[in-house]
Design a binder for this molecule. Structure first.
Ligand SMILES: Cc1ncc(C[n+]2csc(CCOP(=O)(O)OP(=O)(O)O)c2C)c(N)n1
Length: 885
């Protein structure tokens, strides 16, 4: 369209003169008013499709351009009605039987046509040529997904009966959880916001795989069906611009705009659809609105003055909900009758015809057209805003009702109404019994269902549970410098970066490493990787970097290996998840290594990590600049004292806090082998520090202890048996070693020092043994590595750079031994490492005091010796503890 050519200058002049005259007489305000009117008119006439921030309240795809639905709509409607019923029946049954199981009916009721449009025509299954699509399902719709899987023969009736009854095996989980149904669900979406951000990074990762030559992914797409309420989560919208910037036209969001969330309307006093349109348009997305069903087309065609659009624009969502909850008579009276033009428009319609006017998200033809337009759109991601009704079909029991979300116990009348509404072949008795409904195997319905999925490459959702193993080179081929460090000074951060750099050169594993940073590569001394492996950018590098020519120059490239995500830990973690699940999602085994400020991990994006654990992510999380007293001057919001506590609560997270480069290397190697060679569904959290100190050689027999969680580092002092055992973890091990010397030199106490690489692994194994012993009273008791290591009655002092609860994980497994835990409880603050360790009482003298305390209390030494020490080192005796300061 040539918008610069003036085909009628005379007309143009008249228009411009008119505007001038209006501004001259009515002022600027009048001019603006007229322009606004013109703009609205232009939109309504279709002269401009989108004027920021949003378009008229109508379908984006005009009737004339609507793709023709290729399927059997009537049959799809019948099938959808059956799935709606079965989904409802399984929830209501479970709640009738047990009362307490919960479940949702209303969300799937609103999303059913969206799901079915995707599953019958667009979502490609795993056997599709070029690979399957990645589909994120709205979590509370899970009953509908099960209902379909049952019709497809993928799950049996017994499983349907055991919805939300999982502990005895074979039941169906509440929401999509790959951990619980590893061959069924692919992406966990139960926590709102995680699906949207993860899906964006998955779409981006498809491109990364392709650009790096690791997989051919150009025909695969990512689909995400999310709730309009869910869009309020920061994670839902935090990465929208990335998707647009990287032109992810392989990504489609379908937002189920039923206008409600759990408690009430998403925007009672506004219009969520218009708000989302403005947001997505502004972020650079292609927006397709599907607001009105086909039966509205005739009304729009006759509405020459756009009375409908004016009325829609003036109706807020709270009112749409009320209109949705009520019948034709109510809608006639409270919507159409309010305007003479509207009244005339529907004058020929009966109240039941008015009642039957559908929202676009329940109309297969409109949805198909929107999906088709999304697939055809190039250069941008697309969001389909589908207007639906929450609890569609639930009638008085839930349709557009405030309480729809929680409704799970429909009475018999409501069930009958539902049956009648959808014309289901069920007798009254069958309705009362909540009989599941399945057409005969050779019925047109089931044949259609199977044929459609066969044509699209097999069933969805589905997950590949196993990955191809990947060989890890021998440890000393890449980590010799760490194992035999020979006293060289180095931080463990430096060691891990060196180790990664060495692995990157391995012919097999090297290309499969995916290093990820969130704008902290320089902090961790990784700038050399910019040049070495390049930073991924689909655009390559369109500028000459300021530092071109330098050895560390900033190099972006289309096949760059490093993912530099910028300041978004949620985004970086989502990239990590994409790489860490690639063995399953793409059949390409990778080893992602995300290195970040340790406090901005479990604390900042803990729920994303929890979801990663659920989807069986495999990879390394490296909490760098770790510890509360090891990261010096950075203060309260940077010094991490709790990540190891949270990590310990994630069943498949193996967390380690190594003190030395040699320990780190052994753990890394072990983890890589478990994940890549042995296909273990676990991931590794390693903390690395930025404190430089002499790195000893790792004793040749230490490896097993390092992996199990502790090994004896040294004995300090005279005596056949140690009087006290000192456990030190991470950077605090060196304080513990110094304490052992003070105890020997100044107090004649002999101590045994253990390096604890993982309190959580020790506790985990001890817990397993304790349980096994409880259940096997007559068998020889099992002993954990912890118990085997710390035999005898010597009291124990355990010190860590994390809160006391971390070393305290061991206390209940060492019943006969006095156990004192030292840790860093309280708020972090800025100071030198030495001052911080003194402040938090994890310095060598605090360890000495604790050792003398346990010795004196057990009668092993006289109290006076302890008192002397307090006199000498108890500088903080008069101050409040760190957690109160
Ligand atoms: C992070 C998080 N917070 C709260 C919830 C609890 N919750 C589950 S569904 C829901 C409402 C969802 O509303 P919407 O996204 O509009 O979906 P709808 O069910 O209305 O289609 C809430 C608050 C959750 N699952 N996740």
């Amino acid at each position: 369209m040539n918008v610069t050519h003036d085909s009628d200058p005379e007309e143009t002049r008249e228009w411009l003169e008119a505007l001038k005259a209006a501004v001259a007489s009515g002022g600027r305000e009048r001019g603006l008013f007229l322009l606004t009117q013109l703009e609205q008119q232009a939109q309504q006439l279709g002269v401009v499709a989108h004027v920021m921030p949003y378009s008229a309240y109508q379908n984006t795809v005009p009737l004339a351009e609507q793709a023709v639905h290729p399927g059997d709509v009537a049959l799809e409607e019948r099938l959808t009605a059956i799935m709606r019923w079965n989904a409802l029946a399984m929830v209501v049954r479970a709640n009738k039987a047990y009362g307490e199981l919960g479940g949702h009916v209303a969300t799937y009721a609103s999303a059913a046509e969206i799901f079915e449009t995707g599953l019958n025509h667009f979502f490609r299954g795993p056997e599709s040529p070029g690979g399957g699509d990645l589909v994120f399902f709205q979590p509370h719709s899970a009953p509908g997904v099960y209902a379909r899987a049952w019709l497809e023969g993928r799950i049996d009736e017994d499983q349907l009966m055991r919805y939300r009854q999982e502990t005895r095996g074979g039941g169906l989980c509440s929401y999509p959880h790959p951990w619980l149904m590893p061959e069924f669900w692919q992406f966990p979406t139960g926590s709102m916001g995680i699906g949207p951000i993860n899906s964006i990074y998955q779409a981006r990762f498809l491109r990364y795989l392709e650009h790096r030559g690791l997989a051919e992914t150009s025909s695969r797409r990512v689909w995400g069906i999310f709730g309009d309420g869910e869009m309020d989560e920061p994670e839902s919208i935090g990465a929208l611009t990335l998707a647009a910037r990287e032109k992810l036209d392989n990504l489609t969001f379908i937002i189920n705009c039923n206008l409600q969330r759990l408690d009430g309307p998403v925007r009672g006093n506004g219009q969520i659809i218009q708000e989302l349109e403005a947001l997505f348009t502004g972020a650079g997305w292609n927006v397709i609105k599907v607001l009105w069903g086909s039966d509205w087309d005739a009304l729009f065609a006759r509405d020459h003055n756009h009375a409908l659009l004016k009325a829609f624009a003036g109706t807020v969502d709270g009112q749409y909900q009320t209109l949705g909850a009520n019948d034709g008579a109510y809608n006639q009276q409270h919507f159409f009758a309010l305007d003479p033009q509207l009244r005339a428009l529907v004058a020929h319609m009966s109240l039941s015809e008015i009642d039957a006017l559908k929202r676009g998200g329940h109309d297969f033809r409109k949805l198909y057209a929107a999906f088709a337009a999304a697939v055809a759109h190039k250069g941008q991601p697309t969001v389909i805003l589908a207007k639906t009704k929450k609890g569609y079909g639930m009638g008085r029991a839930g349709e557009s009702r405030m309480t729809a979300h929680q409704e799970k116990k429909l009475d018999v009348d409501a069930l009958r109404e539902f049956r009648d509404r959808f014309n289901l072949p069920l007798s009254d008795r069958e309705v009362e019994e909540l009989r599941f409904l399945k057409p005969a195997e050779d019925s047109a319905e089931l044949r259609y269902l199977r044929e459609r999925r066969a044509a699209l490459g097999g069933p969805l959702p589905s997950r590949r549970a196993h990955g191809e193993p990947l060989t890890v080179p021998p440890l000393d081929s890449y980590a010799g410098f760490a194992l035999a460090a020979g006293g060289k000074e180095m931080s463990t951060t430096m060691a891990v970066v060196r180790l990664i750099s060495a692995l990157l050169r391995d012919r097999v594993l090297g290309p499969r490493l995916v290093p990820i940073v969130a704008d902290e590569a320089r902090t961790f001394g990784m700038a050399a990787l910019f040049r070495q492996i390049g930073i991924y950018s689909p655009l390559g590098q369109l500028y000459e970097p300021e530092d071109a020519g330098s050895l560390l120059s900033y190099r972006e490239s289309r096949d760059g290996q490093l993912l530099e995500e910028g300041i978004t830990e949620a985004g970086a973690l989502s990239s990590w998840v994409a790489a860490a699940t690639s063995y399953s999602v793409h059949g390409v085994t990778l080893l992602p290594i995300y290195i970040y400020y340790s406090i901005f991990g479990f604390q900042r994006v803990g729920d994303l990590i929890w979801a990663a654990a659920d989807q069986r992510a495999r990879g390394f999380l490296l909490g760098a600049t770790a510890g509360r007293t090891t990261l010096g001057g950075e203060g309260l919001q940077h010094q991490d004292g709790s990540s190891h506590l949270v990590a310990a609560t994630i069943p498949n997270c193996r967390a380690y806090d190594p003190a030395f480069a040699g320990e780190l290397a052994v753990i890394f190697d072990h983890g890589a082998r478990r994940m890549l060679q042995e296909n273990c569904d676990e991931f590794y959290y390693l903390t690395v520090m930025n404190e430089n100190y002499a790195q000893p050689d790792l004793p040749s027999d230490a490896a097993e202890g390092v992996i199990r969680g502790m090994y004896r580092f040294t004995v300090c002092g005279e005596g056949a048996t140690p009087q006290v055992r000192l456990l030190g973890a991470g950077a605090i091990l060196r304080e513990v070693l110094a304490a052992a010397e003070v105890l020997r030199d100044e107090f004649a106490v002999c101590s045994e020092v253990w390096s604890v690489t993982s309190f959580s692994e020790l506790a985990r194994e001890a817990r397993d043994c304790e349980r096994w012993n409880r259940l096997n009273p007559l068998a020889a008791p099992r002993e954990s590595h912890l118990e085997r290591s710390l035999t005898g009655a010597a009291p124990i002092v355990a010190a860590s750079d994390y809160v006391r609860a971390v070393p305290q994980m061991l206390t209940s497994f060492l019943p006969q031994r006095r156990y004192v835990a030292l840790g860093t409880d309280g708020f972090g603050r800025s100071d030198t490492r030495a001052a911080l360790r003194e402040f938090f009482e994890v310095d060598r003298y605090s360890v000495v005091l604790a050792a003398l305390q346990v010795l004196a209390e057990s009668g092993a030494i006289e109290r006076e010796r302890w008192a002397v020490a307090v006199e000498r080192y108890g500088k903080q005796a008069d101050s409040r503890p760190s957690w109160e300061r």
